[in-house]
Design a protein around this ligand. Structure first.
Ligand code: COI
Length: 363
């Protein structure tokens, strides 16, 4: 593919930056965004960085009707020496294309989009917060734009990258969250779209999520869609358990999202020599382990959630308090190591971070 130049139009009206100590998740957006178009006869074209703005689409645009859309989530961080780092961005580009394939969206040139992302971050780098637990969340997404009401794949698309300075995903911060194991609704089945990062998976999770919140839980833990027996994921994160010294996470089976933080955790645990297994794990096994006093820890992993300890699980009449509702040793070590690698305070043995800019360079 010939390299296309990224057109840049800078804003003349910069917005005020939020208080870095009061950041929620995903409420504030930076001054610029990356956009690129696709037409069947042109491929992806006109990559550009323009002022952050509303998007005008025909009301018949196919994304509004049949949800043909995919997205990604990654983060940028500032180190103590003012370098701007990205964490494994190539993995997000790779996964975006896997999701594209599942949802019949044309493949992107991963290097081209990554280049656009890096240039966008370099332009809006002053928006990256430095306070503990904060970062710049990056949301690439693609939508189907053809005005047509037939159920088919669109012939035109738009790709966007928007940036949001964020604090913790959960209101609990890094304190343990309470999770309800979902017994009625299901998120995905094998052969469905569960392993693609597409809006429909999240829309279909809302009902159970709402009910769980009304009962005082942060999120739901999904079970497999057929037997409602095996543990899958938490919707915004993958899940890990520590049982009798062994760390277990559900194996990738086609309906679970292939988390990049999940993969990083597996790599780190192996690197540390901690026994870790990817396999089927049933909710009954977790309950039995709790009864036997060997359910030592549970934690979720995700870009937004980072490492999120689970202090309590509820399943029908069973209420499982895990590790006295406290953060476990492994979750703490993983959180410190991963955020340390991301912020450049810990060694990066796998070469996961990429420098994209420096805050001390003038624009
Ligand atoms: C992420 O962790 O980046 C996600 O995409 C989860 C999300 C739904 C906030």
């Amino acid at each position: 593919m010939t390299k296309q130049t990224i057109r840049v139009e800078l804003t003349s009206a910069k917005k005020p930056k939020p208080d870095p100590n009061q950041l929620a998740f995903g409420r504030v957006f930076t001054d610029h965004m990356f956009v690129m178009d696709y037409a069947a006869d042109q491929g992806w074209f006109d990559p550009r960085i323009i002022p952050y703005q509303a998007v005008s689409l025909d009301p018949a645009a196919m994304v509004y009707h049949y949800g043909q859309t995919v997205f990604e989530g990654l983060k940028a961080y500032v180190t103590n020496s003012d370098q701007v780092l990205l964490f494994r961005p190539d993995k997000n580009m790779e996964r975006l294309n896997k999701s594209n394939d599942r949802i019949c969206i044309p493949q992107i040139d991963e290097e081209q989009v990554l280049e656009g992302l890096k240039q966008l971050i370099a332009i809006d780098k002053d928006w990256i917060p430095k306070a503990e637990g904060t970062s710049l969340y990056i949301r690439p997404f693609i939508i189907a734009t053809e005005p047509f009401l037939g159920v088919a794949a669109s012939h035109t698309y738009k790709l966007f990258i928007i940036l949001s300075p964020v604090g913790s995903y959960y209101k609990e911060g890094i304190k343990p969250v309470k999770i309800a194991v979902e017994s009625e609704f299901v998120r995905a089945v094998r052969g469905g779209t569960g392993n693609a990062k597409t809006a429909g998976n999240y829309a279909s999770s809302l009902k159970a999520q709402q009910i769980a919140e009304e009962r005082g839980f942060s999120q739901v833990l999904w079970l497999d869609g057929i037997k409602k027996k095996y543990i899958e994921e938490v919707g915004s994160m993958n899940i890990f358990f520590k049982i009798n010294g062994e760390i277990i996470t559900p194996m990738l089976n086609g309906s679970i999202l292939e988390g990049i933080t999940r993969n990083s955790v597996l790599n780190l645990l192996e690197h540390w020599g901690v026994p870790v297994t990817e396999r089927k794990i049933s909710v009954d096994e977790v309950i039995q382990a709790h009864k036997d006093g060997i359910l030592e820890e549970a934690f979720g992993t995700g870009t937004a959630a980072v490492i999120s300890p689970v202090g309590e699980l509820i399943w029908q009449d069973e209420n499982l308090i895990i590790n006295h509702g406290e953060t476990g040793e492994i979750a703490k070590k993983l959180y410190n190591t991963i955020t340390g690698i991301q912020k450049g305070t810990e060694p990066d043995p796998f070469g996961w971070t990429t420098e994209v800019a420096s805050l001390s360079e003038s624009k």
